[in-house]
Design a protein around this ligand. Structure first.
Ligand code: SF4
Length: 322
């Protein structure tokens, strides 16, 4: 479980090093596969500030990719190329996010964008955490998958282990390597990553079995879409997606200036309440969980704006349309 502790400490340190970037944990990082990346670090793009003024949540991709524009409002059903139920849900979420505004004409709902979808993110760095290289698990397969697909601009392996030449030989050449000590926050760059090619088509490993491996070509357009989906999820989610243990021994801990991490005095580290805490833990002593507000902390430490309400000139009264 040291992985969880390692991951939170690394997020706190990366956020302190690059407070203008966006950091998020445990995100889908594939086109059709099931790859989950431990940490995504997202460089702000030229219109990042516009994104912060839209919703604090992720925007629905179907709405972003619909034919709804900023000019004339269009009949919502004509603007989506998907099942009407999905289209309606995306349309409503986009209105609630202040990304669409709507009007009624002749008993029909018409929508338009309140602002063009901003060019808000730049490079995306994927970080795979493997604190103990002595227990690599699927590491090689995961990193090979990331390099072949090229969804990220760069991929890095972060570890607490001493990195030997033999380790480096087993890791794809393009993958950078950081050695990170979660206790003192020291991060050593053992090897710089080689930039990948997110604008080109890639090869995605869908299933790797003993006898055969299923792969698929991911087109450049599919990768653009997958990157946007990942970036939106990262924007909505961030990395403080943990619960506080209902335990006397837990408190809101601090790391690299970030407050409100789920610290356990009994284990002397951050703990994942969902998988580590409860009656099964010998140190468990029931108590109310911390009421620390992680969203307030995220707003304090990053440009993410929790009160953003979009650009709608007049917030649509949702009840009028239900
Ligand atoms: S339940 Fe166990 S791991 Fe969780 S906070 Fe309490 S002592 Fe720590």
């Amino acid at each position: 479980m040291r992985e969880f502790d390692f991951e939170l400490a690394l997020c706190a340190h990366l956020e302190a090093e690059r407070p203008d970037w966006l950091h998020a944990r445990q995100l889908g990082a594939s086109v059709e596969g099931r790859r989950i990346i431990d940490i995504a670090c997202i460089e702000p793009g030229p219109e990042f500030e516009t994104r912060t003024r839209l919703s604090p949540d992720r925007l629905p991709l179907l709405a972003v990719e619909s034919d709804v524009g900023t000019g004339r409002a269009c009949y919502w059903k004509d603007a989506f190329d998907c099942h009407p139920d999905s289209a309606r849900a995306a349309m409503q979420r986009a209105v609630e996010a202040g990304f669409f505004e709507r009007e009624r004409r002749g008993g029909r709902t018409y929508v338009r964008q309140t602002t063009r979808y901003p060019d808000w993110f730049g490079r995306i760095v994927g970080v795979e955490n493997k604190p103990d290289l002595g227990r690599p698990g699927d590491l090689q397969t995961q990193l090979r998958t990331d390099v072949a697909l090229g969804l990220f601009d760069e991929v890095v392996l972060a570890t607490e282990s001493y990195v030997t030449g033999a380790h480096l030989n087993r890791i794809p050449d393009a993958v950078g390597v950081w050695r990170f000590d979660p206790d003192d926050g020291e991060r050593e760059v053992v090897r710089e990553p080689t930039p990948l090619a997110p604008d080109d088509a890639g090869v995605e490993v869908l299933e790797r079995g003993a006898a055969r491996t299923d792969v698929a070509i991911a087109t450049a357009a599919q990768k653009v879409r997958a990157r946007r989906r990942l970036a939106e999820r990262a924007y909505g989610k961030g990395w403080r997606t943990y619960a506080f243990p209902s335990c006397e021994r837990a408190s809101a801990g601090e790391c690299a200036g970030a407050e409100g991490l789920p610290y356990c005095a009994w284990k002397d580290r951050f703990v994942d309440a969902a998988s580590e805490c409860g009656d099964d833990c010998p140190g468990h002593d029931p108590a109310a969980p911390s009421t620390f507000d992680v969203e307030v902390e995220r707003a304090r430490r990053t440009p993410w704006e929790p009160e953003a309400s979009g650009f709608a000139r007049e917030q649509s009264g949702l009840d009028r349309f239900r």
